[in-house]
Design a protein around this ligand. Structure first.
Ligand code: SF4
Ligand code: SF4
Length: 474
């Protein structure tokens, strides 16, 4: 890929092209992008969505449902709490269906509406544009002032402004990192870690330091490069699009040939684009959407609002840049539902059905009969009775404490020794209880089975386990 020259007096200001990344200079150094301010209907929608998303992100760790956090991925304890439901390691296979479901949902959304997820709800965009750029605007001013400040030599004013901005970024990064940790550790424990010495909570402290550093680095410096260079979804989108995908699109038929605005413009043969370059100035990835759909476009709609504003000023209809498909712009025809959309929807539906069935069949507690280590059976000297030692392993997956009653199902010639018949288990805890099954010599038959009924003391949950007894051949 060619890399462009930095702007010079000779060549004039650099313009985005299709052969190079605008965020890089020829020597590989960073070409910092300073998107200009923009107002418009999509900005209002985005601000509302971002405010709601940030509020949800910050609030969720503080919400309790049935005494457990609304969302908590307790990795060391191998328990996952999701809006009142409790999952443990045995349910981990469900994650496969959830993740593929999210993937197929993104496939459908991308095939229909391009990179709309990136512009409106990706956490990277939400925090970068919704929080960090606003702080930057507060300390460094608008795009022109920011460029001036960047070019300025380090003096007291620049040190003060940059210092205040970077300190604010650090505080916000620390808050986001603590909030993120609250999805993996109950918020009370995060607060305890914050208010005590790092030595008392080394894991939490290390997590917070590392994530604060990553968040700070990303939102302070790396920024749009994450979308362009790292994000796998950004890479994938090229194969999800087709000519009918609704993207942020420049209407070439209407806009070209572009040319500077003049009063006599209506009389000439030029298109509606007055080449004001506002659409480039507001773009957070620095591209020129008039070059066509590009990998760097995150679908933020800044250029739509900017161009609409320009069109209103010059008395032309808005929508020169708009959400539309390539086919609609070129041929005037729209095709919303296509084979690929049905195919992705079919895969999603299939996954959702399997997930629903699996979730429905998921048991609220686990009880498994496991043979004790050592000899699987003993023949009692004298009586000839056959004894099998087992453990019953209980896991309470419910969000509250339960007392489990162990009740062997009576069977002729079989006696049960159950040292503990009532097992009290707190939410998400487990316990193994020994159980001995003895069959008289007369009743013993190879292949015999026995049953153990496990139920909660309140009678709400019950299941019956069964196992084969081992013993000598007859
Ligand atoms: S903002 Fe609109 S009129 Fe101005 S350069 Fe971009 S497309 Fe052309
Ligand atoms: S081209 Fe338009 S929609 Fe795409 S990233 Fe730039 S401003 Fe946003």
């Amino acid at each position: 890929m060619a890399t462009p020259s930095a702007p010079s007096a000779k060549t004039g200001p650099r313009r985005p092209d299709l052969d190079s990344l605008y965020c890089l200079n020829e020597d590989g150094s960073r070409n910092t992008i300073h998107p200009a301010d923009v107002k418009g209907r999509y900005q209002i929608r985005k601000k509302i969505i971002w405010t709601i998303l940030i509020a949800i992100y910050v609030a969720i760790p503080w919400i309790d449902i049935n005494g457990n956090p609304a969302v908590l991925f307790d990795i060391p304890g191998r328990n996952f709490f999701l809006f009142g439901a409790t999952f443990n390691a045995q349910d981990f296979y469900l994650a496969y269906f959830v993740l593929t479901g999210i993937g197929f949902s993104l496939f459908i959304v991308s095939a229909l509406f391009g990179r709309i997820w990136c512009g409106y709800s990706c956490p990277h965009t939400v925090f970068l544009d919704g929080v960090y750029r606003r702080i930057e605007r507060f300390f460094d001013g608008n795009a022109t002032q920011r460029k001036k400040l960047q070019a300025m030599p380090w003096n007291a004013q620049k040190i003060a402004r940059r210092g205040a901005k970077w300190l604010s970024f650090l505080v916000v990064s620390a808050v986001l990192s603590h909030t993120f940790l609250s999805y993996f550790m109950p918020v009370e424990e995060v607060l305890a870690a914050v208010t005590h010495s790092p030595a008392a909570h080394p894991v939490a402290f290390t997590f917070i330091v590392i994530f604060t550093a990553i968040i700070y680095f990303n939102f302070t410096w790396f920024r749009e490069q994450l979308c362009i260079v790292i994000c796998p979804y950004g890479r994938l989108q090229g194969v999800l699009y087709d000519r009918d995908t609704i993207n942020v699109t420049y209407d070439t038929n209407r806009g070209e040939p572009r040319g500077r605005y003049t009063k006599s413009r209506e009389a000439d043969e030029r298109g509606d684009c007055i080449d004001c370059q506002r659409c480039i100035a507001v773009c957070p990835t620095g591209i020129d959407i008039r070059n066509g759909t590009q990998l760097e476009c995150i679908g933020c709609a800044n250029c739509i609002d900017a161009c609409d504003e320009v069109m209103e000023k010059v008395g032309q209809p808005v929508g020169l840049i708009r959400y539309d498909s390539q086919r609609a712009v070129e041929e005037g025809a729209r095709r919303f539902l296509r084979p690929r959309v049905f195919f992705y929807a079919f895969l999603l539906l299939l996954g959702a059905t399997v997930l629903s069935v699996a979730a429905y069949r998921r048991t609220p507690f686990e009880s498994n009969l496991v043979r004790q280590q050592g000899s699987p059976y003993v023949v009692v000297e004298g009586s000839g009775a056959v004894r099998n030692p087992f453990f019953v392993h209980l896991v309470n997956k419910q969000p509250r404490e339960h007392t489990f009653l162990l009740e062997p199902v009576e069977q002729a010639g079989v006696t049960f020794t159950v040292p503990i018949r009532e097992v009290k288990l707190a939410s998400t805890t487990d316990q193994s209880v020994p159980i001995f099954v003895e069959v008289t010599a007369d009743a013993w038959q190879p292949g015999m089975r026995f049953q153990l009924r496990v139920r909660t003391a309140d009678g709400t949950l019950e299941r019956t386990e069964e196992a084969v007894l081992l013993g000598p051949a007859r």
